[in-house]
Design a protein around this ligand. Structure first.
Ligand code: G3I
Length: 351
């Protein structure tokens, strides 16, 4: 029985075991913590703005740097929402992540209708040149590509079926990274994806593909600095502790950073009791972060929102009992939950 198995057995919490608080807090320097910010909520709810200012070292515009927001009209670039959030972050001395220069979703209709390789390459390069140049020196880290890996990869079929893959093939990844690096050589460039965390051959394959894509970029001399783990964790599923630790070892071999980019907990299969759900979610986040940190210190830990009042999880993963999801570190009244205490161990820890 490994030490981990013994911990798991002793904790009786399934895979979601919380290593001793001192194990985490003595291990790492403070890790920048942050959140995604949704412009509509930012404009409408002063408590939301205050929470971003109070808790975050890092802010990422949740939707306002996506093609859907910037390029709704092919003839222009609409930066209104992004500029507002970037301006807020800068005024508050927060670091910024950009999300995302290339994604197969959240595209305006005209982009979804592109039909030739030349058109796709021209639009992709033009978009990245314009967006990265505008925020050069302000947005220090970019999700250059988001979710380019096939959900359930097949042998010889690693890439997700998107307009970019269809028109450009796997080269869409290189084009995106090469262009971003050319415009802002100081920016940190990240490959962002999800579903790296659970046990199973599909998830292991996704981790391997992410590493292979980054290795391919490095072999061609194209700058890539890290892998973004979205980390939308499922409270009813175990973590692949060994798989995650091996992933961190492999990242180290490639001299790649890890960033936790969209952390939240999908609790739709948990009992309704709030204390039970909050404890399980906090424990899962603690186990996940302890596992990562035990091998490699993340450059940042970013949650996909701060308050349960505003989360994609409630609509996307509706509970049968219609109870509101509790995926984030603050409750719907912006009060800290047990998850925030776990996150505090990383965002405030002193080595
Ligand atoms: O801005 C328009 C508004 O003008 C319009 O009235 C309204 C109704 O149609 O839609 C608004 O756009 C919505 C946008 O969020 C801003 O609220 C889009 O329809 C909606 O699809 C979009 O959803 C976002 C989704 O990504 C797709 O872009 C979610 O808020 C956001 O949480 C989610 O985040 C993704 C990450 O980018 C990638 N990883 C997964 C994660 C969760 O799906």
């Amino acid at each position: 029985m490994t030490r981990r198995d013994a911990l798991v057995a002793a904790a009786g919490l399934g895979s979601a075991v919380l290593l001793s608080p001192t194990a985490a807090s003595s291990a790492v320097r403070p890790i920048p913590f942050g959140s995604a910010a949704q412009i509509e909520t930012f404009r409408a709810d002063p408590r939301y703005r205050q929470a971003l200012a109070t808790y975050c070292d890092v802010i990422v515009p949740m939707n306002d740097l996506k093609w859907e927001a910037i390029r709704h009209d092919r003839a222009l670039f609409d930066f209104a929402g992004a500029d507002e959030l970037v301006g807020f972050a800068r005024s508050q001395g927060k670091a910024l992540r950009g999300h995302a220069l290339l994604w197969g979703e959240a595209l305006p209709p005209w982009a979804r209708e592109m039909s030739t390789r030349a058109e796709a390459e021209r639009e992709l390069v033009d978009h990245i040149e314009t967006v990265v140049d505008r925020y050069k020196g302000q947005i220090e880290t970019w999700d250059v590509v988001n979710e380019v890996i096939k959900f359930d990869p097949l042998p010889g079929e690693p890439m997700r079926d998107t307009i970019w893959q269809r028109l450009l093939g796997p080269a869409h990844v290189e084009i995106a990274f090469r262009t971003a690096a050319r415009i802002d050589p100081k920016a940190r460039l990240v490959l962002n994806d999800f579903n790296f965390e659970e046990p199973g051959p599909g998830t292991a394959a996704r981790r391997k593909i992410a590493l292979d894509l980054c290795r391919n970029l490095k072999d061609k001399g194209i700058p890539v600095h890290g892998i973004g783990m979205q980390a939308h964790l499922y409270a009813d599923k175990p973590l692949d502790i060994d798989g995650l630790q091996n992933f961190m070892v492999e990242l180290g071999k490639l001299d790649l950073d890890v960033e936790i980019t969209e952390l939240d907990v999908i609790d739709w299969k948990l009992p309704a009791d709030i204390a039970t759900r909050d404890r399980a979610a906090a424990s899962l986040v603690g186990t996940f972060l302890d596992t990562i940190v035990s091998v490699r210190r993340p450059r940042a830990i970013v949650t996909w929102g701060l308050s349960d009042r505003y989360s994609w999880v409630h609509e996307t993963f509706p509970r049968k009992d219609k109870a509101r999801a509790r995926p984030l570190p603050l409750d719907a009244d912006f009060k800290p939950k047990p998850m925030m205490a776990v996150l505090d161990r990383y965002r405030r820890s002193q080595s």
